[in-house]
Design a binder for this molecule. Structure first.
Ligand code: NFE
Length: 477
């Protein structure tokens, strides 16, 4: 029997995502035959920014999200540095990297232990863990107990990573230290030492707990190396500049297409956002340098507030797996389990690089180069957030104020709706064809969604279930 399930909102993600699936039997196997990924909130930061002083932009756009504020700060100041032609001092480049790196490590630990692992483990007999789905639990009691205790350790580790952010950034979340031209903090030796001590603890946790737990998960759920693949196209803007021009990065820029498998040079002009299935005015596919944010709801066939970013007109997955693949660090496969493994190894790679960067700081060196304000200029700030490619595009008008601002965030790439040709977004494609063992507890679906670590933007919202929708009550409240 063919039927529809809607998850609205999907839990254990950031923000509000609705996934609507049609499930049917194909060749005797019950599976997902249609998938719709829908962001139910209009964000509107692009409109809030118009007419403001550009130097406000990083502080405002950091408020897009409490989980990845630093990446938005990075993208915004990079866009302004690009517009003004500023080459920031070495200390500023390194401290920008260190605070961003602390956020990557914090976010990856958060994702695995708090957001994704509960899809595989049996939580304690108390709310909010129970009532819970029981389908497909494979861990022994001792492994399960260890994973629960690691969940609790992960909370402490996240706090330590946030303390690292605050040491140089001034505060976590939303550190105010990112400014065009550099950074506000000076790298005093006692801060370097304190940061280094926290970093050692995090590296020990990643090596001794995070990576072994991901390996254990992979050994128990080997079938998840072939579940949730998607289109097979990957993209990364690259992140963590290793020189002042940004030509060398810890994780490189590039893209991989399903056909070639070899990383190719990324041409930013080939990025467009399609809106045929999005609640925005029109149907044109524009590069973000000229992109518009004109809401239109209702709109025929539209089902999401996310636009549909495309590179060379094709959907691309972004995130740790894309970065690690493009950088040549992990090229095993594209699946639920490959995403977890790549993310864990990326956390270690970044944390180890941070050890080196700390030694490169000069406590007596400059941290800021005052930009020369200019009018009628444009800038692009490309970086990577923990969840993938993040870009800010801005224009500064003749009055020196922001005249145009567009943001494409990682989740927009991964969780977008169909494009102007009707091609599914990466998450939708990853869900198609997934066998569903128990339609009352479709845990396979949740595992695929969580492997991409979605983050939609937080705000109040309304839920209106459709007539045929099956409603699941999950947890105590
Ligand atoms: Ni709100 Fe984010 C990250 C960004 S995902 S968590 O990582 O940008 O869209």
């Amino acid at each position: 029997m063919k039927f529809t399930i809607a998850y609205d909102p999907v839990t254990r993600i950031e923000g509000h995502l609705k996934i609507e699936l049609t499930i049917d039997k194909v060749g005797g196997t019950q599976q997902v035959v249609e998938a719709k990924s829908s962001g139910g909130l209009f964000r509107g930061f692009e409109k809030i920014l118009i007419g403001r002083d550009p130097r406000d932009a990083q502080h405002i756009t950091e408020r897009i999200c409490g989980v990845c504020p630093i990446a938005h700060g990075v993208a915004s100041v990079r866009a302004q540095d690009d517009a003004f032609g500023t080459i920031i001092p070495t200390n500023a480049r390194i401290m920008r990297n260190l605070v961003n790196g602390a956020n990557f490590v914090e976010s990856h630990i958060l994702h695995f232990f708090l957001l994704a692992a509960p899809d595989f483990i049996e939580g304690p007999a108390m709310p909010p863990w129970q009532a819970d789905w029981k389908t497909d639990r494979r861990f022994s009691k001792s492994d399960n107990d260890a994973l629960i205790s690691h969940y609790l350790q992960a909370l402490t580790m996240r706090r330590k990573a946030d303390q690292m952010t605050a040491l140089f950034g001034g505060r976590a979340p939303h550190p105010p230290a990112y400014i065009p031209g550099g950074f506000t903090c000076t790298p005093r030796q006692e801060r370097i030492d304190a940061f280094n001590d926290f970093l050692d603890e995090l590296i020990a946790f990643i090596e001794g707990t995070y990576i072994p737990d991901v390996v254990l998960l992979g050994s128990k759920y080997r079938d998840y190396f072939s579940i949730g693949r998607g289109h097979g196209n990957l993209l990364s803007y690259g992140v963590f500049d290793l020189n002042s021009s940004g030509t060398e990065k810890l994780l490189s820029r590039g893209h991989i297409s399903e056909e070639s498998r070899t990383p190719q040079v990324l041409n930013v002009a080939d990025i467009t956002e399609h809106i045929a299935y999005s609640w925005f005015e029109g149907n044109s596919a524009l590069n973000p340098a000229s992109g518009q944010t004109v809401p239109k709801n209702p709109k025929n066939d539209a089902y999401s507030w996310l636009k549909a970013p495309r590179y060379e007109d094709k959907p691309h997955e972004v995130g740790p797996l894309a970065r690690m693949w493009i950088n040549g660090d992990y090229q095993n496969g594209i699946s639920v389990m490959d995403r977890h493994i790549a993310r864990a190894h990326e956390a270690l790679k970044i944390a180890q690089a941070m050890k080196t960067w700390l030694t490169q700081l000069d406590p007596a060196g400059p941290v800021y180069l005052q930009p020369t304000p200019q009018t009628s200029v444009s800038g692009i700030g490309l970086t990577e957030a923990p969840r993938g490619a993040l870009g800010h595009w801005l224009d500064i008008g003749a009055d020196g104020k922001l005249a145009h601002y567009q943001v494409i965030s990682p989740t927009t790439w991964n969780c977008c709706p169909r494009d102007n040709k009707g091609v599914h977004g990466p998450l939708e494609e990853a869900l198609l064809g997934t066998p569903i063992e128990n339609p009352d507890e479709p845990v396979e679906v949740m595992r695929i969604i969580h492997s991409l670590d979605p983050c939609l933007d937080c705000a109040t919202h309304l839920i209106r279930p459709g007539k045929e929708t099956k409603v699941f009550i999950m947890g105590c409240c």
